[in-house]
Design a protein around this ligand. Structure first.
Ligand code: ADP
Ligand code: MG
Ligand code: ZN
Length: 482
């Protein structure tokens, strides 16, 4: 039997991070009272004219450039005609013949290294409103909320370059990071800011033709995409192995029942009667603006991760955690500016700072300890002034009081005791006061040194250098054996 392999292409829709809509000045704020953010333009009243939101154009350009697309500097919009209750104009203004960006790529991490996925095009269009279907059974009406109508939407279309669920997953994650890094979209999937459609076909492994494809809609999370692709791979494989054929069609994913069902046979471009949007003239993107947008494209997450590994000697894991949010990576680099010790700064951020901000569900940007102050704290640990336990306490106090680490260390008198002559008498006393633990140690239970170290820590209010204490205790006890 011949092996089959999946061929997958993704279309991603991302709502752009603008305050106002694409053609009018209505707010794009999420979660407001239904139809409270509408005007004659986005309600599709006759006689109104759209005016392009330049900020949306710049964001779309930034994303296209970050995805290495060639920019069509002279471009225009198309009218895509269809009829649906959430589309009051009965057409969507989109781009079909001349996309903003074309021929780009996105490198994604895969099991066997980095793979390059080609981007067919990136274009700008408007979102539709939302139909709200009555919840109660037997209800015979639906409601329409047009707050979302006219929200700027970026569509990113890949070439059919993915060949497994894992690759599609990695693509989605990487693309999401790019959109977040470039501050093009907030990518909040629970608010519909990031949505996917997947096309999938099967072919004999190792060939390069393309089979009839199925397009799956209604994918509102990455989990849904993974589930739908896995289901479709099984379904198509079974049909083909029985000698059947796959019909080119559009299917809807049912997230609850975890299966897809036919929605309609696939529409063709001609069904939409695309034509150049007559209400908006073709326009030219001037070179200077394009250069400014290009200059605003930040370092991409994967490159940054790579630089953290190569440049700072961090592990792949640490670099991944730190670059998973641009704000965290920025915080890390700002801290390094004040204390150039990448490994210990990374450890502190990953183990202490991120734990704290994640627990409290705040952004690292709102964390009370700014990067330069964290750097001071880490420096005091690295140079042995305080030990790690004390440092953790100091960090809590920094959060509570807003004071800096050196001031708190002095105020609390918690400098580490790393002086042998200061520790020796305390160790003597602890040995005398804990005959049981000493006896255990001497009879071969070496782990009995633990509680003794604990006693020294207690006697010094946590200030003793734990490593030195351990070493001195063992030496003293071993001496007693002789
Ligand atoms: P349409 O214009 O009908 O939406 P496109 O050519 O724009 O079709 O392709 C839409 C998506 O489908 C793209 O992501 C593309 O990579 C993917 N695709 C195209 N052909 C196939 C195929 N045979 N198998 C899987 N995916 C495909
Ligand atoms: Mg399409
Ligand atoms: Zn409006």
């Amino acid at each position: 039997m011949i092996e089959l392999e999946p061929v997958i292409g993704l279309e991603t829709h991302a709502e752009l991070l603008t305050e106002s809509k694409l053609w009018c000045r209505c707010s794009t704020r999420f979660g407001q009272a239904p139809n409270s953010q509408t005007c004659p333009v986005c309600l599709g009243m006759p006689g109104v004219l759209p005016v392009l939101n330049t900020h949306a154009l710049k964001l779309a350009l930034r994303a296209a450039l970050a995805l290495h697309c060639k920019i069509n500097r002279t471009t225009f919009f198309d009218r895509k005609n269809y009829y649906y209750p959430d589309l009051p104009k009965n057409y969507q203004i989109s781009q079909n013949d001349c996309n903003l960006g074309e021929g780009g790529h996105l490198d994604i991490p895969c099991e066997d290294g980095v793979r390059r996925m080609r981007i067919h095009n990136v274009h700008l269009e408007e979102d539709a409103g939302k139909n709200l279907h009555a919840e109660q059974a037997g209800a015979d009406y639906s409601l329409v909320d047009l707050n979302r109508a006219g929200t700027p939407l970026l569509e990113i279309v890949t070439e059919p370059d993915m060949h497994s669920v894992e690759e599609a997953d990695s693509f989605m994650r990487t693309l999401r990071l790019v959109l977040l890094y470039t501050q093009v979209s907030d990518c909040k999937m629970q608010e519909g800011s990031l949505r996917f459609e997947a096309s999938i076909s099967m072919r004999p492994a190792g060939t390069d033709g393309l089979g009839a494809r199925v397009e799956i809609k209604n994918l509102n999370s990455m989990r849904a995409v993974r589930g739908a692709l896995a289901y479709e791979i099984q379904r198509q494989t079974a049909v083909l192995k029985e000698g059947g054929a796959i019909a080119q069609e559009t299917r809807l994913w049912d997230e609850v029942r975890e299966r897809s069902a036919r929605m309609r046979t696939k529409e063709e471009a001609q069904d939409y009667r695309y034509f150049p949007e007559p209400d908006l003239l073709p326009f030219e993107i001037d070179r200077e603006m394009l250069e400014r947008v290009q200059a605003s494209v930040p370092e991409m997450p994967l490159e940054r991760r790579h630089r953290f590994c190569e440049g700072f000697g961090l592990s792949e894991y640490d670099a991944t955690v730190l670059t998973d949010q641009r704000e965290v990576a920025d915080y890390f680099e700002a801290a390094l500016g004040a204390h150039d010790a990448p490994k210990s700064v990374a450890n502190w951020i990953i183990n202490e700072v991120l734990r704290e901000v994640n627990d409290r569900k705040i952004s690292i940007e709102d964390f009370e300890v700014p990067p330069a102050r964290l750097a001071e704290l880490v420096r005091l640990t690295d140079d042995g002034t305080i030990n790690a336990n004390v440092a953790r306490n100091i960090m809590s106090k920094m959060v509570q009081t807003g004071k800096d680490a050196p001031a708190l260390v002095e105020e609390e008198g918690v400098e580490q005791i790393s002086d042998e002559s200061a520790l020796a008498p305390i160790i003597e006393q602890v040995i005398q006061e804990n005959p049981k633990a000493v006896q255990d140690y001497l009879s071969g239970k070496k782990q009995a040194v633990g509680p003794l170290v604990g006693q020294v820590m207690r006697a010094t209010r946590g200030r003793a250098d734990p490593k030195l204490t351990n070493r001195m205790l063992r030496a003293r006890l071993d001496q007693m054996t002789k």
